[in-house]
Design a protein around this ligand. Structure first.
Ligand SMILES: *[C@@H]1O[C@H](CO)[C@@H](O)[C@H](O)[C@H]1NC(C)=O
Ligand SMILES: *[C@@H]1O[C@H](CO)[C@@H](O)[C@H](O)[C@H]1NC(C)=O
Ligand SMILES: *[C@@H]1O[C@H](CO)[C@@H](O)[C@H](O)[C@H]1NC(C)=O
Length: 229
């Protein structure tokens, strides 16, 4: 029996990697464009600011308004835990009962499940390390405002825009694939215990091809697995 197609991509760490770079051009219109003079100044002499690495563990609450693209308001709890090699995105859509879970492991295996269905993905790059923004390169675009915060703004292969509060170094929001994510809270060091929330349910493991080799370049980044065929 075929489950319904996967829900919209989870928010942060790995699924965006599969999205075509061209789609990143759909940058948001709501945020103030970064200041060109600041970027020019940075190019001219003074070294451009580099993104602050993420803490090794954090809990963030992310708000997104997806109504313009036919979605809903969405609240996502992110529990990033680099020492334990895992990340959980707990996705709540407005007035919908069950949240969707996305558990990502350092080895690149990612489980996306709700109370009834599960999809397994594999990403060759694995979990993004705390300093990946710095390490993988990011173009500094200058200062810009988002949600009333004065921010440093970068762009890289993942984010069309990444906004960091100039005063505190905390992320304020980012845009990828046309979706503007707003960071409502960011608790460095917050850890989700080894609760049941990390464990993918049994129905993620009852398919036959969960760990099949990836058949195409795109599928090296993402592939539907257990329970979907
Ligand atoms: C969500 O976006 C729609 C369309 O832009 C807007 O009308 C609505 O006020 C927004 N709601 C919130 C809570 O941001
Ligand atoms: C990756 O790690 C997770 C969690 O330990 C495990 O469930 C999964 O089978 C592993 N994937 C591979 C390809 O070894
Ligand atoms: C896996 O388990 C789910 C939920 O119990 C069920 O709907 C699905 O048919 C099962 N798939 C296989 C391949 O057994």
């Amino acid at each position: 029996m075929l489950p319904p197609p996967p829900p919209p991509p989870p928010p942060l760490m790995l699924l965006p990697l599969l999205l075509a770079a061209s789609s990143f051009a759909a940058a948001n219109a709501k945020a103030t464009p970064p200041s060109a003079t600041a970027a020019a100044g940075a190019r001219a002499g003074s070294p451009a600011p580099v993104p602050t690495p993420w803490p090794e563990q954090f809990h963030a609450v992310i708000f997104t308004n997806l109504t313009e693209s036919g979605g809903r308001l969405q609240l996502i709890d992110i529990y990033y835990d680099w020492p334990k090699g895992r990340n959980l995105n707990l996705i709540h859509n407005q007035l919908s009962g069950d949240p969707t879970y996305n558990v990502e492991w350092a080895n690149g295996t990612s489980y996306l499940f709700d109370a009834a269905s599960c999809w397994t993905f594999h990403f060759a790059v694995g979990l993004l390390p705390p300093d990946w923004m710095k390490a993988r390169g990011a173009a500094y675009l200058g200062r810009g405002r988002l949600d009333g915060f004065d921010c440093h703004v970068w762009s890289n292969f993942l984010f069309a825009r990444y906004y960091e509060d100039a005063a505190t170094g905390r992320p304020v929001g980012w845009n990828f694939n046309g979706m503007l994510r707003h960071v409502l809270s960011f608790e460095a060091g917050a850890v989700l215990s080894d609760s049941g929330k990390w464990q993918a349910p049994a129905y993620c493991f009852n398919g036959s091809n969960a760990d099949a080799p990836a058949p195409s370049p795109v599928d090296q980044l993402i592939r539907r697995g257990s329970g979907s065929s």
